[in-house]
Design a protein around this ligand. Sequence first.
Ligand code: GLA
Length: 365
Amino acid sequence: MACNSTTDQPQNANITSKSFGTLPSGEEVTQYIMTNNQGMEMSVITYGGIITSLTAPDKAGKYEDIVLGFDNLEGYLQDGVPYFGALIGRYGNRIAKGKFTLDSTEYELAINNIGNHLHGGLKGFDKVNWSAKEVEYADGVALELTYLSADGEEGYPGNLETKVTYQLGNDNTLLIDYMATTDKKTVVNLTQHSYFNLSAMKEDVLNHQLMVNADHFLPVDSTLIPTGELRPVEGTPFNFTEMKKVGADVNQENQQLTYGLGYDHCWVLNEGAGKMDLAAKAYEPNSGRTLEVYTSEPAIQVYTGNFLDGTLTGKGGTVYNKRTGLCLETQHFPDSPNQPEFPSTELNPGEKYESQTKFVFGIRE
Ligand code: GLA
């Protein structure tokens, strides 16, 4: 059959790889460039399992990069890079005072965020070099990342065998599949920390519209640890039950917004844990890009890039100012190891930690 190939036409999904530099330890970092048959492209590096770029089409069919990050490894190795695109573990979000007790043994973790433990510690899963290999996926391409976190690493008990698969579908979806097993009782809460900007960085995220499928959120104390209350969103700036501009209420006089410098909170998903349900939807009117998030997790942390302050310059010389990106981090509740009423994050030997999140990229005319 004759085939007039143009650059606009679907191509074969494929993965290529190249060196992304060398860590101070001498370890080589590899970048995998995953392309689906629509031409959507996602780059992932073994360091931190970081998604360094991800393209999605706008309403004119133009694919542009919609995540924050850096052009090279040096960018990611700078001090204070706020988890751009990274895998987060062993525990995404905060554990109060860096302490928890399992079977009457108290474990102590690094304090790396205003008196608390955040995102796995000083060298969390965002800063380790994962092993990667391409795996079979009939409807696109898939990359499997594995990491063995040794017993005691960052203070956590148990050898934790971790596997994360990024599956880029030909239907412009990204499925992230997390799995872990341990040989000693421990706690686990894995997530992905991409900062999305559906305008492709042409403006900040305040004009994005957002829906979060949650009637309750978790209010926090001044150090961003949940108080334990599940507070109704109704009548508060945290009500995103219907599509609403991210910026609509973000500057309201509200103690919770003051604590977070904006939205940096965990919403309790209406559908609960276990099966894949809609967690959130975002829409950026100028580009027409939409993003839907489905997850098996019970909650989602919505973070509006409040701590970005213009000190980091990213890909193509873009300065990352306050609210340049929107994080939609699916997860269990923060501080669950210390809050028995929250869904458990414990993992026992013989059990399997399993979690899935799917990002669906689309357009609305
Ligand atoms: C998470 C936290 C925020 C902030 C960012 C990284 O989303 O909830 O408070 O620490 O990571 O800057």
